[in-house]
Design a protein around this ligand. Structure first.
Ligand SMILES: Cc1cc2nc3c(=O)[nH]c(=O)nc-3n(C[C@H](O)[C@H](O)[C@H](O)COP(=O)(O)OP(=O)(O)OC[C@H]3O[C@@H](n4cnc5c(N)ncnc54)[C@H](O)[C@@H]3O)c2cc1C
Length: 472
């Protein structure tokens, strides 16, 4: 890309980021305000607990020894060849759980890391094209790649990299089988049509319904179909970026490459969020910087909630669960959410708040997800330490669930909101603009719906800005 065009693009991106910033902060703060108002009895104070790294949990042991399936495989064709919705759903479940699926291979199969790196570098150094590297092949990175490629086609070369791999050239499976709460309009005519067609099979409401990992696998397959390239490799991507023809780096790592950013000049920023339409009342947050992110503090306390999820509950248990929860939820211990899939496939999700004194118990118990039947075998003396309503609700589910149900308790997670802020300019990494999207920008509160859906809206506006700048 010509230097002049690149400078114009950088300017447009900077204007876009700073123009959107106050709205983005307002959106991010919806999650903070929810925690302070609804989940206030579960906010965590203890510094020691806060600093323990929840990401250190052991992962489920996956079987990575199977050879990769050789056959070239198109998920969309395979789905089309099936007639019933149930058989298509079963295939989606199988594919997302399959570690040896050829879909997980990158675009440089049979090459060594070094060869793949050189080929990838050549690909994103074309003089005739706009060259973009997306770091992170999660939902936002894939959505960005699909959306921009759809807009710009042959004008752009997009390389998506990910370092969570089974072996060189093969990505880890997409394992987060979480329900999503994403309206269809976020995808319709913004990504390849094959994807939205699949959403329509599984949900007849205005929401896509499918689990996060299904959405990721569909986006991955579609990106490959429209000629987005992938590089799955363990090490950082410095060698790829230095002395390359990359015009723009997109950080879609969920906030994992904070060290790629320069330090922010301002360590503490006061942020007033209006709480009424006339802007006459505000909530004041102090944003404090740590590891290149700013964390909101309210009245000198950070905002931290620990929670765990119960997943895989069939829709027919919803009435029993909501009856119990409605009578026993004065402090918002439970959050019940009904999925948006068609009736035959639909599930209920329960998010349960964890009190500070119970965090260690749940961390030990849920190092990996456990089947709900395992919870019944928990020692009585441990059960006595847990809020009795959690025990009662789980017993109620155990009593009413079908024998073969696949209900799981997932490892606890923390909502620790943070946001990436820049001082005047967009940051550069090895002299290339690096732009954060998705959870690399800010993380949402799963109960408020201010995360993924809002990220996708932002990405659509970002790709429009890129399109406008390049086509002008
Ligand atoms: C515990 C928890 C529960 C949630 N529950 C739900 C839910 O039930 N439903 C829902 O819709 N949303 C949920 N969310 C929100 C949702 O997961 C996020 O909004 C979404 O995943 C953000 O997408 P992303 O693409 O920005 O990041 P991610 O989905 O985290 O993707 C990041 C990608 O970057 C890759 N990566 C990381 N580091 C590197 C690196 N150094 N180099 C290269 N690649 C890298 C990772 O392998 C991954 O593929 C939840 C979030 C959390 C934290």
């Amino acid at each position: 890309m010509e230097e002049k065009k690149r400078l114009i693009l950088n300017l447009e991106l900077k204007n876009f980021f700073f123009k959107q910033l106050s709205q983005s902060l307002k959106t991010a703060s919806m999650g903070w305000i929810y925690s302070l108002s609804h989940d206030k009895e579960f906010l965590i104070d203890n510094l020691e607990v806060k600093s323990c790294n929840i990401g250190k949990f052991k992962k489920d042991k996956k079987n990575y020894n199977l050879p990769l399936t050789q056959a070239e495989f198109c998920l969309f064709q395979k789905l089309q060849s099936l007639v019933t919705v149930e058989s298509r759903w079963k295939l989606m479940k199988e594919i997302t759980a399959m570690s040896n699926c050829s879909l997980l291979k990158d675009s440089f199969e049979n090459q060594t890391d070094e060869q793949a790196l050189q080929l990838a570098k050549k690909f994103i150094s074309s003089n005739q094209k706009f060259n973009i590297v997306v770091i992170g092949a999660g939902c936002c990175g894939l959505f960005f790649a699909n959306n921009l490629k759809k807009k710009l086609g042959g004008l752009v070369n997009i390389l998506v990299c990910d370092n969570r791999i089974q072996e060189p050239r093969v990505k880890e499976i997409y394992s987060r089988n979480w329900l999503t709460n994403l309206p269809k309009f976020l995808f319709n005519s913004k990504v390849d049509k094959s994807i939205t067609e699949v959403f329509d099979w599984f949900s007849n409401s205005d929401y896509i319904g499918v689990n996060l990992n299904m959405m990721e696998v569909l986006l991955l397959q579609s990106c490959k179909k429209i000629d987005v390239k992938f590089l799955f490799k363990k090490d950082p991507y410095d060698e790829l970026i230095i002395n390359s023809g990359i015009d723009l780096i997109i950080d879609a790592t969920g906030g994992k490459i904070y060290q790629y950013y320069p330090e922010h000049e301002t360590k503490e920023i006061l942020l007033n969020i209006p709480t009424n339409e006339n802007n006459t009342e505000n909530l004041s947050f102090l944003l404090k910087e740590k590891n290149n992110y700013h964390y909101p503090f309210f009245l000198d306390k950070p905002i931290i909630n620990y929670q765990f999820k119960i997943v895989g509950i069939t829709e027919n248990l919803n009435t029993i669960i909501t009856d119990y929860v409605n009578k026993n939820n004065r402090d918002n211990l439970f959050y019940v959410w009904m999925g948006k899939l068609i009736k035959e496939l639909n599930e209920v999700l329960i998010i349960i708040n964890i009190k500070e004194s119970n965090i260690k118990i749940f961390q030990d118990l849920l190092k990996n997800r456990i089947h709900i039947n395992e919870f019944a075998q928990l020692e009585e003396k441990i059960k006595l330490k847990i809020d009795s309503r959690i025990i009662e609700l789980i017993n109620l589910i155990l009593k009413n669930k079908p024998i073969d149900s696949q209900i799981y308790l997932e490892p606890p997670f923390a909502y620790i909101p943070r946001v990436k802020l820049f001082y005047k300019d967009l940051p550069k990494y090895h002299n290339k603009i690096i732009y954060p999207i998705g959870d690399s920008f800010y993380n949402g509160n799963a109960k408020v719906g201010n995360g993924l859906g809002m990220h996708l809206l932002h990405i659509e506006e970002l790709t429009k800005t890129i399109e406008k700048s390049l086509l002008s």
